[in-house]
Design a protein around this ligand. Sequence first.
Ligand SMILES: [Zn+2]
Length: 189
Amino acid sequence: MNKISCDICMDLIPLVKDNVASEDSYKAVITHIHECDECKELFDQTEIENTIQNENISENKKINDKKIISKIKNQLILMALTLVVIGSFIGVMLTESEFMFYNILIMPVIGSLSYFTLRKKSYLVVIAIFSFAYLYHFIKYIMEGLFDKSQIASFITAPAMWASIYSGLCALGVLIAFLLYIAFRKENK
Ligand SMILES: [Zn+2]
């Protein structure tokens, strides 16, 4: 086989590195770099550059994967929080209707959802449900018994009762979710 010049060799090196060179070109380059230090250096360097490039690509891919995962996670959190808000609203509205006992299920589910999305901050949801339930019933009772001043005490205590029941059920949901989380984490260890 004819020997090739350094120029041709340098032209062929990238093709060899990318595995697209013909067999003859491959052999010619290998033969040449055994005899030419300059081209061998270039050949080795191309190897390093390719490796770095590949590492960068996989690093970028990892970052992209992470971005996608965190985006999905954020969407799930947003969905769960929307459910928490809507659920609390509906749950409190159900009071004194024939469906109010669904709250035995709704409130703990809200609590669990809050724990899985907000973790330690889920107590904020419990407080929010207490405040919302209290305010809602307080306004409702005031409006229903607007001129009945003899019932002032029940304007204060009755809403507190509902607020305590709902936030208590919600806190129970948080506790259940917390225990499940602990149990699940232990199992994974
Ligand atoms: Zn050469």
